[in-house]
Design a protein around this ligand. Structure first.
Ligand code: COA
Length: 146
């Protein structure tokens, strides 16, 4: 399948909101997407397939030379095709451009698929955040030096 990676545009917002609802368990206010985009436009990256938004990644600069992945999802029909790998690679490249040397993220401790995905990309578990999510579940903190 032909996949293209693009920068965020407001015309994609509704599809991004829907992908978030379908694939992430946390619930977000719709305005947060624009806030995240404005805080670091280059790191809000979209994967397009079949003329639709198939997935996206976005993040923030969270400390000196540190970035955080805030949301990352590929819609289930488009998984295991390399879109997630493309998105996280582009995110890491964007982070390097702004002199970030460490990327952090939180992931649910029962999200084995995502944890393995991140491990295969070089991220390691560095902490545990009990009851981090709204539903009371725990998060691992994972990070990678780039
Ligand atoms: C985590 C997530 C973003 C990965 O997206 P993805 O597009 O499936 O990622 P990829 O296709 O690049 O890689 C997924 C796996 O498929 C494999 N794969 C990639 N292309 C493949 C292909 N053509 N054929 C078979 N397998 C393939 C990869 O090797 C990878 O294996 P790994 O996870 O063991 O490393 C996706 O599973 C997702 O959205 N999950 C739900 C939301 C979520 O948990 N987000 C993270 C919150 S912290």
């Amino acid at each position: 399948m032909f996949v293209q990676f693009r920068s965020f545009r407001t015309e994609y917002l509704q599809q991004i909101i829907e992908i978030t609802r379908r694939n992430l368990t946390e619930r977000y206010n719709d305005f947060i997407f624009l806030d995240i985009y404005r805080s670091w436009p280059g790191a809000f990256i979209i994967g397009m397939a079949e003329n639709k938004v198939a997935g996206f990644i976005c993040g923030g600069l969270s400390g000196e030379r540190e970035a955080r992945i805030l949301m990352f999802a590929v819609d289930s029909p488009y998984r295991k095709m390399g879109i997630g790998s493309g998105l996280i690679t582009l995110f890491e490249q964007e982070a390097s451009k702004v002199k970030v040397n460490r990327i952090k993220l939180e992931v649910k401790t029962d999200n084995i698929e995502a944890i393995n995905f991140y491990k295969n990309k070089g991220y390691i578990v560095t902490g545990l955040l009990p009851s981090y999510y709204n539903d009371g579940s725990d998060a691992y903190v994972m990070q990678k030096f780039i």
